[in-house]
Design a protein around this ligand. Structure first.
Ligand SMILES: [Zn+2]
Length: 300
């Protein structure tokens, strides 16, 4: 069978002619090292086909998963950060913002939108970790506050998808004020009897955990998400003791009573739909609330 034999001996391909596997075609799970095609990985909503490891995704992906037919209207799309403190670290803050906007195609670390989830109207705010570690500055706080106002005005439930390293240090005190502002807005939402669901994804830490992320009527999380306030190293150094296994994972946090349930991303849309069907005020209640709102507005 001559065609199974190599006729020419010593065939060498120069390095520059060797074909590399193009980047982004394959996905290797960092947890179990299973390799799948990127297309398969995406089809599985960026979770590992074998071990269910939840890969980090951004607002674009979450909106596509949740909104019916990926149809939604974005709120405050063009709100961008100022530089209240004239902050300079390795580069001036405005330069850092401009560079990050260019790299990520995002305006800041959160996007807010409204649309329908299985027919139910909803307002969603979703953070993007790719934008300066999902840090919460004035724009993040303001956009969330306005999204809550939108939910109140349209009497729709509010879903917050958190993914953040905490406050944005380049805005220092201004970042911290966002914790109070968003919490106050959520209190108004609650007074009006509208549900707030907070989804904590990997990672949710710092000032975000310490404010809106933990204030949900339901606080839910994705499997394996890191959830905490300070990082494990800081805590270990402070208390001078080793930390328990699995510390700050969603599962650990659930076991210690800080979460209501953990939801697989592939079931997220349905679980949210079921939950909202149970807690959304009826048309009648909604009508009464609208009436109350009108009267109070007149008074003020
Ligand atoms: Zn895996």
């Amino acid at each position: 069978m001559p065609w199974f034999k190599r006729v020419d001996k010593g065939i060498h391909t120069p390095t520059e002619e060797k074909k590399e596997t193009p980047d982004g075609l394959w996905y290797k799970c960092p947890e179990c090292k299973t390799v799948t095609s990127m297309a398969e990985h995406r089809k599985n909503l960026n979770t590992c086909v074998k071990c269910d490891y939840h890969d980090r995704i951004g607002s674009k992906e979450y909106f596509a998963i949740l909104f019916d037919n990926n149809k939604f209207t974005e709120l405050d799309e063009n709100l961008t950060s100022g530089d209240p403190l004239n902050f300079v670290d390795t580069k001036p803050y405005p330069q850092r913002i401009a560079a990050t906007q260019k790299n990520t195609g995002l305006k800041d670390a959160v996007r807010t939108a409204y649309g329908k989830i299985n027919g139910q109207e909803i307002t969603i705010a979703c953070m993007d970790f790719a934008f300066i570690g999902g840090s919460m500055g004035s724009v993040v706080g303001e956009k969330i506050a306005r999204a809550i106002d939108h939910a109140r005005k349209t009497r729709t439930p509010f879903l917050m998808i958190s993914k953040s390293g905490g406050a944005r240090m380049m805005e220092a005190g201004f970042s911290l004020m966002q914790m109070a502002k968003t919490s106050a807005k959520l209190a108004l939402l609650s007074e009006e009897g509208l549900p707030y669901i907070s989804l904590l994804t990997d990672p949710t830490t710092g000032g975000v955990t310490a404010s809106f992320a933990m204030l949900g009527d339901f606080n839910i999380a994705e499997p394996g998400a890191l959830i905490g306030f300070a990082g494990p190293r800081v805590i270990k150094e402070t208390i001078g003791r080793d930390l328990p296994k699995g510390f700050q994972s969603a599962e650990f946090v659930l076991e210690h009573g800080f979460l209501d349930f953990i939801v697989d991303r592939k079931e997220l849309k349905q679980r949210l739909t079921d939950l909202l069907a149970m807690v959304m005020p009826t048309e009648e209640e909604n009508g009464n609330k609208k009436q109350v709102r009108k009267t109070t507005e007149k008074v003020s």
